[in-house]
Design a protein. Structure first.
Ligand code: F6R
Length: 641
């Protein structure tokens, strides 16, 4: 199926679908970014072939960043396996950091060659990427020439875009003019925060860039913008539904009549038709939608569920729901009970209790449990309280750390341990070579195998300290060191059979009744998502085994997001003492405390974030009218059969 075959393509400015009446930019929502990327690659390939047939060059405007990676991967595949030639392609990249050397692994020059140009037959002279090393005296003229060069080859036939959390396209940050051309620009703080992981810290992120202008982008005949993951949901809502404003430069795309936004479910989650469909059109009221709507109404009005009235429902687009359910009274009780039944202090099930209204089964009193933790601390950060309860309640709990987490250990921390080891064992060559390496390491150097090993070992000892504190025997702790992660850089390899075989072997050995995993879908290319994909593949491979009939999978969310109240299927409350115990377990991960490397845009430490989040979940439950707990950890069930 092509993008053009997708049902809401019928949207035009003149005749919108009822459903999309709040939207000012045509967009198509896909279940997965992979599936969507393949279709985008197909559209690009068709354009290249069509132009080739007409004996014309195909002028492509290209983007970097995480969003287009799969598109490029598919274009490379089409070249290698289906003979797609790029000989008639002339490419112009949107932007480059300034100042930035081509050879730097963080440069967009490097990125484009690594992901696309080195694998296809594009002519080197047809590749245009802003030169991050142009002297400041020549910069102004250079930008004018870049602009002129695009015009001289006939203008952009297709422009591929991502979107930044500031609403930037290219590096056109808030304040950019509608008619701006290629120029140098100062990067917004949020953009630099988002780029920090790739540069191993915000201090290393350049402050400036060269970017094509808004005017340059809008001159393209066709524009496709890619947006994946819930991190992009808010800015996409503003861009698609908001007024045109320089504060959100992507809103200028509302004036381009051949633009499509290709987004996944996470990225679409704030659009009115997705978030609150009852405000848009008549709804088919499924049970999950009813709960979502009632929770939304209660939060909107700041009124506990049991106090919502017929009038509240009618005034907020839910009169259809009321007619279906009878009265507010009946609907309120039904939804309140649903939420009430998610709460349990027995995450492994309460033995001998009536479990018809409990999230977990009462039978199999001693369950075998695997907690998958993408990095060696997500277990305690995201579900330390539940982990503790499972152990205390006598279940056979196993922790599986999926990756070594070595890149998140700073060089200073590693040097400290290497120097201690060296003092204990002065003649050790390996330790000396680690010390020598770390002392002269520059930003561009990838850690040696020995340094990575040391960093991984630091995280192992921290993990064991935390799991012992929570009463777990070392033999129940498994370090999987999945190979996809072991590149020594931020960019990881694709998942391979080797990774999923390791996951399968562990599941087969333990034959668990419960699996917990990080269902953190915020970043489609992040480690959490890859670790979850590895689990999904393993479950698919193993689901036909008898023992898997008894296996339930629960997803927790990572350090960044929490499930919405209406999505929660198991809520495990914590007492103030349990909150403290969880805090101490997180403290054992010393290398991740105090100004860690991958803090993201949130300056709170992980234990603070975890506590704030768990407290907030409890508060939300309380505001809905449920009991008042100190903190709650939340889970959603994943059905793999
Ligand atoms: C990249 C570019 C930027 C990115 C945007 C989103 O060439 O111009 O506008 O498209 O910052 O980045 P990702 O895709 O990494 O989320």
């Amino acid at each position: 199926m092509k993008i053009a075959d997708h049902k809401n393509i019928a949207y035009t400015k003149a005749g919108k679908f009822e459903e999309t009446r709040f939207e000012k930019i045509h967009n198509v929502i896909f279940n997965s970014s992979n599936e969507a990327s393949l279709l985008v690659a197909q559209e690009i390939a068709s354009l290249i072939r069509e132009k080739e047939y007409q004996n014309q060059p195909c002028v492509l405007g290209l983007a970097t960043g995480s969003s287009p990676i799969k598109v490029y991967e598919e274009l490379v595949r089409l070249h290698k396996e289906e003979g797609l030639s790029f000989a008639n392609v002339i490419s112009f990249n949107l932007d480059e950091y300034y100042a930035m050397d081509k050879s730097n692994i963080q440069s967009y020059f490097y990125f484009m060659h690594e992901h696309l140009f080195s694998h296809i037959d594009i002519l080197p002279e047809n590749v245009n990427i802003p030169d991050g090393k142009i002297s400041s005296e020549n910069l102004y003229q250079y930008c004018i020439d870049y602009e002129m060069k695009i015009k001289s080859v006939g203008g952009l036939d297709l422009q591929l875009l991502g979107i930044g959390r500031t609403g930037h396209i290219g590096f056109n940050e808030p304040g950019s003019h509608y008619n701006s051309g290629t120029r140098s620009i100062t990067l917004d703080h949020i953009t630099r925060v988002d780029a920090a992981p790739a540069f191993l810290g915000i201090d290393n992120v350049p402050r400036k860039a060269i970017t094509m202008g808004i005017g340059t982008v809008l001159s393209a005949k066709r524009i496709i913008l890619l947006g994946w993951g819930v991190n992009k949901a808010e800015i996409l809502k503003k861009t698609i539904e908001g007024e045109i404003t320089a504060e959100v430069p992507a809103t200028y795309l509302q004036q381009h009549d051949n633009t499509t936004f290709i987004i996944d479910e996470g990225a679409s989650s704030e659009l009115t038709r997705v978030k609150t469909p009852w405000l848009v059109t008549t709804c088919v009221w499924s049970e999950p939608l009813k709960l979502k709507a009632v929770v939304w109404l209660s939060e909107l009005l700041g009124t506990p569920i049991l106090k919502l009235t017929d009038k509240n429902y009618n005034n907020n687009g839910m009169s259809g729901l009321l007619t279906e359910e009878g009265t507010a009274y009946h609907l309120n009780i039904k939804m309140f009970n649903k939420l009430q039944h998610t709460i349990t202090g027995w995450p492994g099930g309460k033995p001998s209790a009536d479990d018809s209204n409990r999230p977990e089964r009462a039978d199999i009193p001693r369950k075998k449990v695997i907690i998958f933790s993408p990095h060696p601390d997500d277990d305690v950060i995201s579900m330390g309280g539940t982990f503790d309860r499972l152990v205390e309640q006598g279940h056979d709990v196993h922790i599986a750390y999926q990756t070594s987490g070595n890149i998140a250990v700073s060089d200073e921390e590693a040097l400290k341990f290497a120097e201690i080891t060296q003092s204990l064992c002065p003649g050790c060559h390996e330790t000396q070579s680690i010390i020598n390496f770390l002392k002269i390491k520059t930003d561009n150097d990838i850690d040696s195998d020995e340094v990575r090993q040391l960093k991984g070992l630091i995280r192992r000892s921290e993990s064991l300290a935390a799991t012992r504190y929570l009463g777990l025997n070392d033999k129940n702790v498994h370090f999987l060191d999945l190979p996809f992660y072991e590149t020594g850089t931020i960019k990881k390899n694709n998942l391979s059979k080797e990774d999923t075989d390791i996951m399968c072997r562990l599941i087969e050995t333990i034959k668990p009744h419960q699996i917990y995993a990080a269902g953190d879908l915020a970043d489609p290319h992040g480690t959490h998502k890859v670790c979850l994909d590895a689990l999904f593949i393993a479950l698919e491979d193993l689901k036909h085994n008898d023992y898997m009939n008894d296996c339930w999978v629960w997803l927790y969310r990572g350090a960044w997001h929490e499930w919405e109240s209406y999505q929660i299927e198991m809520a495990v409350p914590m007492s103030p003492d349990q909150v403290l115990k969880k805090r101490h377990a997180i403290f054992y991960h010393q290398s991740q405390k105090d100004g860690v490397m991958f803090q993201g845009g949130d300056s709170r430490e992980f234990w603070v974030r975890a506590e704030d989040r768990n407290r907030l979940t409890a508060k939300k439950y309380n505001d809905l009218g449920l009991a008042d707990y100190a903190a709650i950890e939340a889970f959603k069930r994943y059905h793999f059969k």
